[in-house]
Write a protein that binds this ligand. Structure first.
Ligand code: ATP
Length: 268
């Protein structure tokens, strides 16, 4: 039996009186894809940020490849970044606007895998190719690329150091639907080819259905339902999951019923 590449145990994050993440636990096996779904404010992003070390938990642990992470030493932070990389909704802010995309993709290589510049250049070429970007796109500045191309570049940069886990926070939410499909297909191929694991944070159940095997549903910081994604979406057990599903516009959509169910759930 394989060991999980990522385990999260009893994670809690408080901001003052607000408990944003409340006793969250889950495991991710090598090559698996786990969805974290829930409405705005349910604690998804805070959970993702803790995984990436961008936020410290109030309590609980994150274990990556058998070792608890969260240490603040340079060595500990480098190890966490080497094993787990994060992709944001719009990576624009995380690219240096004055550097070419290829230079930005090379940066983590220089930090984590020091070597001759020519080797880095060759690796950047491979990475651009792997995510479907031309060498010309690599020579562009971030603002010269489309949203979809920028997301491809962000994926290339994250993959360069061969992390075990990619945490994607609403990674396709800002893209047109046809571009979303291209990025999701790319992510699917990359997972098949490299055996990388995903934690895929999204409010979009259709996207989660496509890209994940299992999922957890978060509400008010807690996990209210978990299991195989297909099973959860086909026969949700928790009223909140049913409400999320009913909130998707579809033929015969009953907005009054959704509003009624929400009032009933909020009163619980
Ligand atoms: N730095 C912070 N300081 C104070 N409160 C915060 C902070 N970050 C998040 N919160 C609060 O924690 C709760 C969970 O937020 P979080 O962003 O994790 O939810 P989410 O499910 O990702 O929602 P969204 O999709 O809107 O980001 C919210 O009530 C939010 O206002």
């Amino acid at each position: 039996m394989n060991a999980p590449v990522l385990s999260v145990t009893s994670l809690v994050k408080r901001f003052g009186h607000l408990t944003a993440v409340d006793d969250v636990s889950f495991e991710l096996m090598p090559g698996a894809s786990l969805g974290i779904v829930g409405e705005s404010g349910s604690g998804k992003t805070t959970t993702a940020r803790i995984l990436a070390g961008l936020e410290q938990p109030t309590s609980g642990t994150v274990t990556l490849d058998g070792e608890i992470v969260g240490g603040q030493s340079r060595r500990a932070r480098l190890r966490q970044a080497r094993l787990l990389q994060m992709i944001f909704q719009d990576p624009y802010g995380s690219f240096d606007p004055r550097r070419t995309v290829a230079e930005s993709i090379a940066e983590p290589l220089r930090l984590h895998a020091p070597g001759p510049a020519a080797a880095h250049r060759a690796r950047v070429g491979e990475l651009l190719d792997q995510v479907g970007l031309s060498a010309r796109a690599g020579e562009s500045l971030p603002r010269e690329l489309s949203g979809g191309q920028r997301q491809r570049a962000a994926i290339a940069r994250a993959l360069g150091i061969a992390p075990r886990v990619l945490v994607l926070d609403e990674a396709v939410a800002a893209l047109d639907v046809s571009i979303q499909a291209q990025i999701l297909t790319l992510l699917d191929e990359l997972r098949r080819d490299t055996g990388i694991s995903y934690v895929f944070v999204s409010h979009d159940l259709a996207v989660v259905r496509y890209i994940t095997d299992t999922a957890v549903v978060m509400r008010h910081g807690r996990i209210v339902e978990r299991g195989e994604t297909e099973q959860i979406l086909r026969s949700p057990r928790h009223p909140y999951t049913r409400l999320l599903l009913d909130s998707i516009p579809s033929p015969g959509w009953d907005l009054d019923r959704v509003a009624r169910d929400r009032r009933a759930l909020d009163a619980l």
